[in-house]
Design a protein around this ligand. Sequence first.
Ligand code: GRF
Length: 185
Amino acid sequence: MLISGTGTNLQALIDAPDIDVGCVVSSRGDAAGLARAVAAGIPSLATQDEDETTAFLAAHGTELVVLAGYMRILSAAFVERWSGRILNVHPALLPAFPGAHAVEDAVAHGVKLTGVTVHLIDAAHVAADTGPIVMQEALAVSYDDTAAEVTERLHRIEHRLLPEAVRLYGAGKIQIDGRRVRVSG
Ligand code: GRF
């Protein structure tokens, strides 16, 4: 799993009894998520170096790379190396509101509906928050909702949706068909 921040999605995967988080790489040494990995006894590494990241993931027998709040753009070589095996979680209904400020952007835009997207990253979609969509769940937004409130509600959805996507991947139920993804079961 690749993180840069608080790691609440990492925690959701750690807490899922049927999911094995093999290792964690953080692009920041001070990420709170690193402490979660250490507390759970999961091998972890803080680095911004992609070769080191790849070597660490490979050494731990990684089958699926999960990005949650990972604030670095991956190179085409990295994405090719793990082609079809990189999942990302994003706090908006892509392709609306990509980028690092998705919730604030959506609220400022006045949308009445936003949500969570879990998507794959493939070699043709190296830019942030693109790639074939695996799952989405919508959330209603009211005029009085603040970005902080919407973020909290989206997090609750993420913590359910991301483990579910990992389970579907593990069960071989995710098939990529160009930009589209067939999710069976
Ligand atoms: C999540 O909202 C995710 O959608 C976004 O970054 C945030 C990471 O949160 N890409 P956390 O570190 O898992 O708490």
